[in-house]
Design a protein around this ligand. Structure first.
Ligand code: G6P
Length: 372
């Protein structure tokens, strides 16, 4: 009913709007005055966390993209090797596990069969499993050794939005916690990162208040067949997520690429008028990645692409090459996905509407897939 949708036309719009609160709620009470993370639900004893020699993240769909982003944070902050794998692939290839591997199963519903089978396999091999889940008491957290709940509240729309942002927050918290227990992160640093995570909730709010041009752009692309997405570093999984949203909602051919791979194949797809969404890393600190992606934008534009550039406020270098410019607030580079994903959600939702699709219940999809 309209009341359940809080005055929005679709649950998805309501859930997109709830993201600042979902992010803030997921952070609530996780850090004490001394800047120490206390993840109470995470019942793995510190001695065991110190022994971990590998982190393996398993998930499906949007949750898998959260896992891909987590890898950058885990390895950067803790120096522990981290793998990310689709749950449906992981289970069946005889992965190398053991008591020192920490397996993290990321699932909004906590009922996804592929993810459940992956975690069962990991536990049979003697690994500890930590669930990151949005549903209290679901099967995946029940069968795991530990759980960190995301506090997104119920997510009704099939396409995941606020759950994704809170999965990111939970992944960042776990990475920082590993860094805390293993002594690779100081408490000052952890406090600062948590502060940045809270600030990103305001950042999401700011992004949401500037979305009218994105909706307009989406409507103007309603008759296109293809949209490509490019990103680098943590912007790469953001590009994949942007493309997944368009497939799910707009039923368009949408594909995400690592911008560095462009020259190894995808650039052949660029022709006159193809919209290409580019997620640009921060230029701060003289990032080489930023310069490389600016040349990618120039290259594709020279070949006729219509460039839709998602860039940090104050990044002037991209302006001459952006047919459409979407600004996101300044964040620490690792946290950029929290703000950069939001315009892509709005873009997909509006395109779906413009194409007359059912936003909350896309064809052929289920919110939670309980078969393998
Ligand atoms: C389904 C949904 C996706 C979701 C995926 C994983 O395919 O349509 O939106 O990302 O399952 O769901 P989970 O509940 O495990 O996060």
């Amino acid at each position: 009913s309209a009341a359940e949708k809080g005055g929005y036309d679709y649950f998805m719009l309501k859930e997109i709007a709830e993201q600042p609160k979902a992010v803030a709620d997921t952070l609530l009470g996780r850090v004490d005055d001394a800047g120490r993370l206390s993840l109470d639900e995470l019942r793995i004893p510190p001695e065991e966390v110190r022994e971990v020699d590998k982190v393996v993240i398993v998930a499906c769909g949007t949750a898998f993209h959260a896992g891909m982003i987590a890898k950058y944070a885990v390895e950067h902050w803790t120096r522990v090797p981290c793998e990310v794998e689709l749950a449906s692939e992981f289970r069946y290839r005889d992965p190398i596990l053991g008591p020192r591997a920490l397996v993290i199963a990321v699932s909004q519903s906590g009922e996804t069969m592929d993810t459940l089978m992956a975690l069962r396999h990991a536990r049979e091999q003697g690994s500890k499993v930590l669930a990151i889940c949005n549903t209290n008491g679901a099967t995946i957290p029940r069968e795991s050794d530990a759980v960190l709940y995301t506090h997104a509240g119920p997510e009704v729309a099939v396409a995941s939005t606020k759950a994704f942002l809170t999965q990111l927050v939970a992944c960042y918290l776990v990475a920082l916690y590993l860094g805390q227990v293993r002594g690779t992160r100081s408490s000052d640093d952890i406090r600062e990162q948590v502060r940045e995570l809270s600030r990103s909730a305001d950042g999401v709010e700011r992004v949401l208040s500037t979305m009218e041009p994105v909706r307009e752009l989406a409507r103007s692309l309603a008759s296109h067949d293809t949209v490509l997405f490019l990103g680098r570093h943590v912007g790469y999984p953001v590009a994949l997520e942007g493309a997944l949203k368009l497939k799910e909602l707009a039923y368009m051919h949408a594909e995400g690429f690592a911008a560095g791979e462009l020259k190894h194949g995808p650039i052949a797809l660029i022709e006159e008028g193809v919209p290409v969404v580019v997620v640009v890393p921060s230029p701060r600190g003289g990032s080489v990645l930023h310069d490389k992606i600016v040349s990618n934008i120039q290259e594709i534009r020279a070949r006729g692409a219509r460039t839709v550039v998602v860039a940090e406020e104050g990044d002037e270098a991209v302006v001459p090459y952006a047919d459409h410019l979407i600004r996101v607030p300044v964040t620490p580079p690792l946290l950029q996905p929290l703000v950069a994903t939001v315009p892509l959600q709005v873009f997909a939702c509006e395109l779906a509407t413009a194409r007359g699709n059912e936003v909350d219940q896309p064809r052929n999809l289920a919110k939670s897939v309980t078969v393998e």
